[in-house]
Design a protein around this ligand. Structure first.
Ligand code: GLN
Length: 508
């Protein structure tokens, strides 16, 4: 294995396909990357004494453009954070143009950890503006095209909001990518693009440097071709971080790890899943589930049974409240987070108005800088937080969230250590549900760009894990060669990330 050659292949794929696929917003300097790859190859070589920095030393990784990097701009695919002049420039000249796009003075903790581990950070990926969307059509840089459809000459959505991260991995422009998952933004695109997509437990990976959409739901996630690559990246980025007040403290990490290790010891070193209890929550069987997905779900259940697992029907009675609860909580938090983009502190400022009048600056900047979907969500979120509506919408949504959390706890075999007073009744070690209600949608379906509510409804499969803060991983389930990929999700108890990754690897 040579990272120099792997890098060369990745860069070639970017040069060839990125103009069509639109996965990257900005790219790291190829000359810098080549130097790093060379150094990594030396560390791996037998000839030169030295030691690889980690298991991902020399691996190419892409980063979603809402995760801060000091060496590349961070635009969140929004005109709000774009300045004048294009950054993106790639070709035989391999020069990077000057930009006035917003560039963070620091690296996100996850980026810092990847860099220290010797990863080659190849560039920043396209997304739905500020993470708001499911099909990656709300981007100031245009939609991302799904590589799976592309090979069949169809324009399909890559899924969102981490669509660029998914497309870059699927098109072999990198080995793995970081995304963010607030309500499914890693798992939906992974399912659409035939990849593994992992949303860790809330608090496992630091959010320091992740641009906030909805803080209580945001998690960093990982996309890769297989579970092993995904685990390797997870091991590097899952540490306590003093810079994220919601990062799980080491003391709790130790207790969670002891709990999941005990569970893991039943399966470690053995092939097959004998002794594993898989719960099938019946409420995930919704009307909008396509027959294809239903088929894949059934086959997944049979596959786990063949591997020796016990299948049990379980119930999360209030999971139907997840969708309204999510869109109330997420948009309330978003409306507050978006208030920092005022034209004074970051990125874009409208110059069309009197520059001595702050109110005019705010208004013109926010009207021109935010896309339609973001504006809609700021309005909805603000509404939810107004007096009166706060009591009739926001508080009930918080209660529904709590209810869903405790219902998950009731089906899992292990206690949620965050909630130790909660008595446990279930016996499911993991749950198996679809990752999306259908395979990748047609990109040219213009109703999607107008932000129809289908886009919100399409998240029903993924939102519950975010509300409960539990880990979830989607694994591609091949239909026939000609059909688009579909993913199935495994959900685990709070903190059982390594356990979940192990089960996913057996299942894949
Ligand atoms: N589609 C969901 C939303 O638009 C989830 C997005 C995300 O996870 N960032 O809110």
């Amino acid at each position: 294995y040579s990272s120099t050659i792997a890098l060369k292949n990745a860069l070639e794929s970017i040069e060839r396909y990125n103009p069509d696929i639109n996965a990257f917003i900005s790219l790291n300097d190829p000359l810098v990357l080549q130097e790093k790859a060379k150094a990594s190859d030396l560390r791996h070589s037998q000839v030169q004494p030295g030691k690889p920095l980690s298991s991902i030393d020399g691996t190419t990784i892409a980063i979603k453009d809402n995760i801060c990097t000091s060496f590349l701009p961070t635009t969140c695919a929004s005109n709000m954070l774009r300045g004048k002049g294009a950054w993106f420039f790639f070709g035989s000249e391999a020069r990077i143009k000057k930009t006035t796009d917003f560039t963070s003075p620091y690296d996100a903790t996850v980026v810092k950890l990847l860099n220290e581990a010797g990863a080659l950070i190849i560039g920043k990926t396209n997304m739905d503006e500020f993470g708001m969307g499911s099909y990656n059509v709300h981007s100031a840089f245009g939609p991302v095209v799904n590589p799976m459809g592309y090979s069949k000459q169809e324009r399909r959505s890559a899924g969102g909001s981490s669509g660029g991260s998914a497309a870059s991995v699927a098109m072999k422009m990198c080995t793995a990518a970081l995304g963010s998952d607030t309500g499914g933004s890693v798992r939906m695109p992974a399912s659409y693009c035939g990849l593994v997509g992992f949303k860790p437990t809330y608090g496992r990976c630091s959010r320091n440097g992740l641009v906030a959409y909805a803080n209580s739901l945001d998690t960093i996630g990982i996309l890769a071709q297989n579970v092993r690559d995904c685990s390797a990246v997870y091991d590097i980025i899952s540490h306590h971080d003093i810079r994220d007040p919601t990062s799980i403290p080491n003391e709790l990490r130790n207790r969670l790890d002891a709990q999941q290790d005990a569970l893991l010891s039943k399966f470690k070193g053995k092939s097959g899943l004998k002794g594993l209890v898989v719960g099938i929550p019946q409420e995930f069987y919704v009307d909008s589930l396509s027959s294809q997905v239903l088929n894949v779900w059934k086959r997944g259940i049979q596959h786990l049974r063949d591997l020796g697992a016990t299948i049990k029907s379980v119930s999360i009675p209030h999971v139907s409240l997840a969708l309204p609860a999510y869109y109330i909580i997420a948009l309330a938090e978003a409306s507050s987070n978006m208030s920092r983009y005022d034209g004074i502190r970051y990125g874009y400022r409208s110059s069309d108005v009197d520059q001595t009048d702050h109110k005019l600056i705010y208004e013109a900047t926010r009207t021109n800088g935010f896309g339609h979907e973001v504006q809609r969500r700021i309005l909805l979120g603000t509404h939810v937080l107004t007096a009166g509506t706060f009591e009739t919408l926001f508080l009930p949504a918080q209660k529904a969230r709590r209810l869903i959390q405790s219902e998950f706890n009731r089906v899992f075999s292990q206690t949620n250590l965050l909630d130790s007073h909660e008595v446990n009744h279930g016996d499911a070690d993991v749950l198996l549900v679809p990752s999306a209600t259908s395979a990748a949608l047609n990109l040219d379906d213009s109703s999607k760009e107008n932000g129809g509510v289908e886009e919100y409804i399409d998240d029903v499969m993924t939102l519950p894990a975010n509300l409960a803060g539990i880990p979830a991983i989607t694994v591609p389930f091949k239909q026939s060669e000609n059909e688009l990929p579909i993913g199935l999700q495994l959900l685990g108890q709070y903190g059982h990330d390594t356990f979940l990754l192990h089960i996913a690897e057996q299942m894949a």
